[in-house]
Design a binder for this molecule. Structure first.
Ligand code: ADP
Length: 338
């Protein structure tokens, strides 16, 4: 994995920093208003009935708050959260051991659910539908299937790719929500909250400056705050004003559209080496020496959302906005968009 500041995927060193910043109540979770108000209703209804919250699926790019919402659901419902990710469940025994640990109404959070193996996925179906799991005892003709009952629980799953989910899996969820990129004002609020938790002094305009360049992603906004604090402590008096925020962003090579070195390289490959596109994803992956998944999950969603990139049936094309931003001539007649 690369070490770009704008990479929305969580890094190991970030673990404890993130945990201490993670809101545990709806009122501290900024934005995503429609989703939040639905979840509030589901939790309240489940509480009144004494039942688990319905199974749910959160989709969207990394760093937008899927794990945080699972934590909030558990806190608000007053139950424990058990977190894992699909690649960590390698065989049926591991799944059984996770499921049998759950107390009534607990929440099991499975990240990257699209990466579950088919066998585990099938076993999960009976668990989420009928709250039991089949255990095979013995081998060959003497094998017996034992139905192991489970406490009623909630499965909260997260994925960056709904498209990769099987239909039977998708249909198991009572509610599916797609998280969107955040507005700069919302990210500025998150930055100010994080600054106050860490007792960092930051001017409101400086928080806004970091927020505008955080790719719509809370995880990145918090990371930029951390870097700006480093610069403020070493180059200044510890306070982050607009000048200091800009200095930090310039030193990190994040431009005023919030693009970093990697985003610019991506667009340059299309503009300079392929006349603006169309370019196939595998060609791009090879040119950038990055796995295809990373390009599709991490780089492209933001560039698409911001209008720097268009996806056509023949491949990726850079847009006029991209050409202008990078100071390249715009040749619509050569562009794959026409
Ligand atoms: P995901 O699971 O989608 O990758 P996380 O839930 O791990 O994202 O969120 C990444 C970080 O961003 C967390 O540390 C959390 O503090 C912060 N965060 C995410 N969404 C919000 C939000 N809506 N309000 C405040 N902080 C948030």
């Amino acid at each position: 994995m690369n070490d770009r500041e704008l990479d929305p995927i969580q890094r190991e060193e970030e673990g404890s920093y993130e945990i201490s910043l993670r809101p545990s109540r709806f009122e501290d979770f900024v934005g995503q208003e429609a989703i939040k108000s639905n979840l509030r209703v589901f939790v309240e209804a489940a509480k009144r009935r004494g039942e688990p919250v319905d199974h749910m699926l959160f989709c969207g790019p990394p760093g937008l708050g899927k794990t945080t919402l699972a934590l909030i659901l558990a806190e608000e419902r007053g139950v424990s959260l058990h977190s894992t990710s699909a690649p960590a469940i390698e065989h049926k025994g591991q799944l059984a051991s996770l499921l049998t640990k759950l107390e009534p109404n607990d929440i099991l959070f499975i990240d990257e659910i699209h990466r579950l193996s088919p066998i585990i996925e099938e076993n999960l179906y009976t668990a989420v539908e009928d709250f039991h799991i089949d255990i095979v005892n013995g081998e060959g003709p003497y094998a017996q299937i034992l139905k192991l009952p489970l406490h009623p629980f909630t499965l909260v799953a997260a994925t960056t790719r709904t498209g990769l989910l099987t239909n039977p899996m998708r249909s198991r969820f009572g509610y599916a929500a797609r998280l969107d990129y955040y507005k700069p004002e919302e990210l500025a609020k998150i930055v100010r909250r994080s600054a106050s938790l860490f007792q960092i002094e930051i001017e409101p305009e400086a928080a806004m400056e970091l927020a505008r360049r955080a790719r719509g992603t809370p995880r990145i906004a918090n990371r930029l705050l951390r870097r700006a604090r480093d610069f403020a402590q070493v180059l200044g008096d510890g306070r982050i004003d607009v000048e200091m925020a800009r200095t930090a962003l310039t030193r990190l090579e994040i431009d005023d559209a919030g693009l970093d070195e990697m985003d610019r390289r991506y667009l340059e490959v299309i503009l300079d080496q392929h006349h603006g596109g169309p370019v196939g994803i595998d060609t791009l992956a090879a040119a950038l020496a990055e796995p295809r998944d990373t390009i599709e999950d991490v780089y492209e969603p933001f560039l698409l959302q911001q209008g720097f990139l268009a996806r056509t049936s023949r491949g990726r094309c850079a847009t006029r906005k991209a050409a202008e931003h990078l100071g390249r001539p715009w040749k619509p007649e050569q562009s794959g968009l026409f």
